[in-house]
Design a protein around this ligand. Structure first.
Ligand code: BG6
Length: 472
């Protein structure tokens, strides 16, 4: 592989990308996430550069346009926007390991000199594509977007990073974790640091525990083969959930710039203890082994619950409980920060009162921030009830995560992307749990996972489970 003469030349190039090159243009991710995002970008006036897909299928330019149209049911009602997008589309057919593909790509790029290469391809194809891009040259002003999973453990993540760094400077690499592009997750950082009321209580003196649940009602939905290669911990914990935990636990960055924020997140990830066996519960929903593409003796986990220890000055001793699973009762991601109880229970109430909470509903159906407190119920007795004060309560909304992230990458803004050191630190945390390959505990689809996950939080008073959205 040919290294660039000066990889840092890329970092100095602040100009927007002048083309988007999509490797894996006929794949699942492109159809489900990327084309809808591109249509929205065109509609919002955020995309007017050539979009060239590279894939193996013999489609031709017209065939490719038709393929994109068929992937976008919404194109029918947004014909003007689709027509604009269609004018930007180009197609290069070829093998990812064949230099001729890259010569054809160079031809298709014409005068464009600052492409954003989007690798929406299986990680096994990364090395060949990156090597050929390096060989083809002319990447001084190029950027590259890579999709998770960023490796499958620490060693493979390091190898992947080395492969990328051979051709691209770190500042030119955009590792997509689409959770970071979500409006609700940006609001976590905003709400923490745009208000002064949280800071005095956001620490071990006032917080009893922090809980993060990512629940999905559905199973693997035809992605059995992919899921078999990852499992819940690699699929969503190492990336989405640890990134959210890092935002919750980080120190205020000195400025809202990419590296200032990523430095703070890195400190949190580095202060997390690698997971010990007693801090992890793995589960598998009954029926998973019968899913298409799943081995009949599969030990891949579809559920994971864990107790994280953040050994920092601010958080020492505060458990961070996180759980993620498929086949659970609802589809919702939620954070609950539970505060310590008042020093004495003054009121003789028939049922124990709840501790105060700060709850962040992170979607997909609802996005809300609510504070749980007690107020007195009317009457002669000093008996109260739990109420929640809503700071915001919306039905999703905001820009779609992929639209936001592709736009940011094209402008060279890395704030909402994972950095190499953060990715590696997250692998270090979960790595011991990847070695747990014994049979996971079974649970019924539609339940909250194995009982052992409840036992883990029993001392903290149990899990706060997200409720079902009215639309579910
Ligand atoms: C993806 C995982 O990264 O995130 C999926 O591979 C998961 O398994 C998905 O379902 C959840 O994302 P969202 O945005 O739908 O909550």
């Amino acid at each position: 592989m040919l290294p660039l003469a000066d990889p840092h030349a890329q970092a100095r190039t602040a100009a927007s990308s002048d083309a988007l090159v999509l490797f894996g243009g006929t794949g699942d991710l492109a159809r489900k996430k990327i084309y809808p995002a591109l249509l929205a970008m065109v509609e919002d006036g955020h995309l007017d550069v050539p979009v060239i897909a590279v894939a193996r299928k013999a489609l031709g330019a017209d065939g490719f346009r038709q393929y994109v149209q068929e992937s976008l049911p919404q194109a029918r009602s947004r014909q003007g926007a689709f027509a604009k997008l269609a004018r930007l589309l180009g197609y290069v057919q070829g093998d990812y390991g064949d230099p001729a593909t890259y010569r054809a790509l160079r031809g298709a790029l014409g005068s464009c000199r600052r492409p954003l290469y989007y690798l929406a391809i299986p990680p096994s194809a990364f090395p060949a594509v990156v090597a050929e891009l390096g060989r083809a040259g002319g990447n001084e002003a190029a950027r590259v977007v890579v999709e998770k999973p960023f490796g499958r453990d620490l060693a493979s993540a390091q190898t992947l990073n080395a492969t990328l760094h051979h051709v691209f400077a770190e500042e030119a690499i955009f590792r997509i974790d689409h959770y970071l592009g979500k409006e609700a997750i940006q609001n976590l950082a905003y709400f923490r640091f745009a208000n002064s009321l949280l800071e005095p209580i956001w620490n071990r003196y006032h917080v009893a525990n922090v809980q993060l649940t990512m629940a999905e009602r559905f199973g693997v939905e035809g992605r059995g083969e992919f899921y078999e290669s990852v499992g819940a911990i690699r699929d969503v914990v190492q990336n989405h959930l640890l990134q959210v935990t890092a935002i919750l636990a980080m120190e205020p960055p000195n400025e809202m710039r990419a590296d200032a924020q990523r430095d703070e997140k890195l400190k949190v990830l580095r202060s997390m203890r690698p997971l010990a066996a007693g801090d992890v519960v793995r589960g598998q929903y009954r029926g998973y082994r019968a899913e298409q593409g799943v081995a009949s003796d599969s030990n891949v986990e579809t559920f994971a619950a864990m107790r994280l220890h953040v050994d920092s000055w601010r958080w020492a001793g505060v458990p961070f409980f996180i759980r993620a699973g498929k086949g659970l009762p609802v589809t919702a991601t939620e954070v609950v920060v539970e505060l310590r109880r008042p020093p004495r229970e003054l009121f003789d109430e028939p049922t124990a009162s709840h501790a105060n909470t700060i709850r962040f509903e992170l979607g997909p159906a609802r996005v809300a921030i609510a504070m749980g407190v007690r107020t007195k119920a009317a009457g002669t007795a000093m008996v109260g009830r739990d109420v929640e004060l809503y700071c915001c309560n919306e039905r999703g909304g905001g820009m779609d995560a992929y639209e936001r992230l592709i736009g940011d990458a094209m402008r060279g803004d890395g704030m909402l992307f994972a950095r190499e050191d953060g990715v590696e630190a997250a692998w270090r945390v979960v790595e011991p749990s990847l070695e747990m390959t014994t049979r996971p505990l079974e649970y019924d689809a539609g339940s909250w996972g194995p009982n052992a996950a409840d036992a883990m939080v029993a001392d903290a008073g149990g899990w706060h489970s997200p409720s079902r959205a009215p639309s579910e």
